[in-house]
Write a protein that binds this ligand. Structure first.
Ligand code: ADP
Ligand code: MG
Length: 222
C-alpha cells in the first residue's frame, strides 16, 4: 500500500506538470486565435495584432524549448571537470549580453580544482542563474560569481544587485511555471534544481542584507 501511495504521489506531480503546461500553452493560443478572428473580420490595427501574436508565439516557443530540455533523458555524462574553464566558458557566453545593460560579470580569484559532474548540465545551471541575475537588475552594476571549496564540496555563488526576493516567495521559485516576468516561463530554476539534485548537490536561495540576492549551488567534488 505504501508503494502505491508513493506511485500515486509521483503521478500527481507529473499530472500537475502536465496541467501547468497545458495552461501555459493554452493561454497564448487562445489569444492568438482571438486576434486571428479579429483580423479575419477585417478590424483595423493589424500591425499591433502582429506584434502581440508574435510575442505569444515566442512564449510558446520558449516553453517548448525548456520542456524539451527537461524531457531529454538525463545523459549523465559525468567526468572530472575543470572548474575554471567551465566558469570562463559561461562568463564569455553571457558577458556580451550583460554588457548591453552596462552589467559586468566579475569572478573572484579562486584556486582551480576538478569536480566530478556533467559539464554541460552544470553550465546550463550557471547560465540560467546568471541570466536571471541580468534580468533582475536595472541597467548597470555587478554580478559576482564566487567560487570556494571545502574538503568535499565546491560552492558557486551568483550574487546580483537586483531587487532581491521577498522571504515568502523563496519557496515558490523552484516550482514549475512560477514567474513574475511578462515573458518568463518559470521553468529555469526548476531545471536548475533538478540538475543539482541529480548531482547530489544543493541549490540555496537567499536575499542579501543590503540589496540583491544570492543563488548558491553546492556540489560534491567527487
Ligand atoms: P523565469 O526566469 O522564466 O521567470 P525562473 O524559474 O528562472 O523563471 O525564475 C522564476 C522567478 O524567480 C522569476 O520570475 C523571478 O521572479 C524570480 N527570480 C529568479 N532569479 C532572481 C533574481 N536573481 N533576483 C530576483 N528574483 C529572481
Ligand atoms: Mg529564468
Amino acid at each position: 500500500a505504501e508503494e502505491m501511495m508513493i506511485r500515486s504521489e509521483k503521478m500527481s506531480v507529473a499530472g500537475q506538470l502536465a496541467a501547468g503546461i497545458a495552461h501555459e500553452i493554452r493561454n497564448p493560443l487562445t489569444s492568438i486565435k482571438g486576434f486571428l478572428q479579429l483580423m479575419q473580420a477585417g478590424v483595423e490595427g493589424k500591425e499591433a495584432y502582429h506584434k502581440i501574436m508574435t510575442e505569444e508565439i515566442e512564449k510558446i516557443e520558449a516553453i517548448t524549448t525548456e520542456l524539451l530540455f527537461i524531457s531529454k533523458p538525463m545523459t549523465d555524462e559525468k567526468t572530472m571537470v575543470d572548474v575554471k574553464s567551465m566558469i570562463e566558458d559561461v562568463v564569455v557566453l553571457l558577458q556580451t549580453q550583460a554588457s548591453l545593460y552596462g552589467i559586468t560579470i566579475s569572478v573572484n580569484s579562486f584556486s582551480n580544482k576538478e569536480i566530478y559532474c556533467d559539464r554541460s548540465q552544470i553550465k546550463q545551471v550557471l547560465i540560467n542563474l546568471i541570466k536571471n541575475a541580468i534580468e533582475a537588475m536595472e541597467d548597470n552594476g555587478y554580478i559576482w560569481v564566487d567560487v570556494s571549496y571545502t574538503y568535499a564540496t565546491c560552492a558557486i555563488k551568483v550574487i546580483d544587485e537586483g531587487p532581491g526576493i521577498p522571504h515568502q516567495m523563496i519557496e515558490k521559485l523552484k516550482e514549475p511555471f512560477f514567474t513574475t516576468k511578462k515573458n518568463g516561463t518559470g521553468l529555469g530554476l526548476m531545471i536548475c534544481n533538478q540538475i543539482i539534485e541529480n548531482h547530489q548537490g544543493v541549490l540555496n536561495i537567499s536575499g542579501n542584507k543590503d540589496k540583491g540576492s544570492t543563488f548558491e549551488i553546492i556540489l560534491p567534488i567527487m
